[in-house]
Design a protein around this ligand. Structure first.
Ligand code: NAP
Length: 288
């Protein structure tokens, strides 16, 4: 079995790490806030005190971090993982980050004699815990083949989209559509609540009709019950939409709908919902 390291034990990384242990990999974990590793250590994971220490001896190193800044810090910071990576290792960034950062990280990785896959995921807290994520992968066939047993332990599907950076691009397109749908649902549900319609009947029509999607199904109920326990942090979705707008602009596409939707997310952050679930984007809409 390969030695695997995982950097980042938040909502997603924690579930991913648990599945790697369950699958029998020798696992080293690192998290900036080390207490988040306690349960995994009890299950047999080794705790590293720096990313560089975690990467030492690992043939596969995975990161699952908040954004470009966090990924940069953990890979190339003073105690960054690249300092410990062995030649021939495969590095996998599963965070939702910008393609520009992935291109830079791929270059730095090859200078260390290693190879990078970008492999962001679809699925949320529950899919991460259940090993049912979908990986959107960019990188070489060779690296993906070597990483596949590890990715399989965390996923139901692995899609190879092309060269390094392809996964990051696809993920931003995916989350742009998700962000717009969640923001438009916030407006639609607020409208339903003020319209005199029976809310449950109205939502049932939306869920089972053309606008229905797994996202609408999950988020509508959380908006109705005001259950904002975190599946996906509102601040992270806002980050994804900003990255998407900038990436699309580079292809000459202006994401007007993303800009409008992001306005709702920024308003929610201003009201203190940044560390709540994305469903809380409805709160400032309800207040107007
Ligand atoms: P999260 O729970 O907020 O975890 C973020 C992780 O990044 C934590 O390990 C955190 O460490 C670390 N981190 C943040 N800033 C850092 C810094 N400056 N230096 C070092 N470490 C830092 O987020 P998540 O939900 O697991 O998401 C992780 C990634 O997956 C994000 O890119 C997100 O957009 C993406 N994603 C999330 C979902 C979802 O539904 N949650 C779905 C698909 C993709 P601490 O614990 O010390 O704060």
């Amino acid at each position: 079995m390969k030695n695997v390291a995982i950097l980042g034990l938040g909502t997603m990384g924690g579930g991913m790490a648990a599945n790697l242990l369950k699958a029998g990999f020798a696992l080293t974990v690192y998290n900036r806030t080390s207490a988040k590793a306690d349960a995994l250590v009890k299950e047999g994971a080794q705790l590293a005190s720096t990313p560089a220490e975690a990467a030492k001896g690992a043939s596969i190193v995975i990161s699952m971090l908040a954004d470009d800044g966090a990924s940069r810090e953990v890979w190339v910071g003073e105690q960054g993982a690249l300092k410990g990576v062995k030649a021939g290792a495969i590095l996998i960034d599963s965070s939702t980050v910008s393609p520009a950062w992935i291109a830079e990280l791929a270059q730095l990785t090859s200078e260390h004699g290693a190879e990078l896959l970008d492999a962001p995921v679809t699925g949320s807290r529950m899919q991460a815990a259940a090993g049912q994520l979908t990986f959107l992968v960019g990188g070489s066939d060779r690296a993906l083949e070597a990483a596949t047993p590890v990715l399989k332990a965390m996923s139901k599907e692995i899609v190879h989209l092309g060269p390094v950076g392809s996964g990051a691009k696809m993920k931003l397109i995916n989350n742009f559509l998700c962000g717009v749908q969640v923001a438009s649902l916030a407006e639609g549900l607020t409208w339903i609540e003020r319209s005199g319609l029976d809310r449950d009947k109205a939502l049932s029509i939306l869920k089972t009709g053309a606008p229905g999607s797994p996202l609408l199904e999950a988020i509508a109920d959380r908006m109705v019950t005001r259950n904002y326990a975190v599946n996906f942090l509102l601040s992270l979705m806002t980050k994804d939409m900003a990255y998407a707008e900038s990436e699309a602009a580079g292809c000459g596409v202006q994401l007007n709908t993303s800009q409008a939707a992001r306005g709702h997310f920024e308003a929610a952050i201003a009201k203190g919902f940044g560390e709540s679930d994305i469903a809380s984007v409805i709160e400032p809409v309800r207040e107007v």
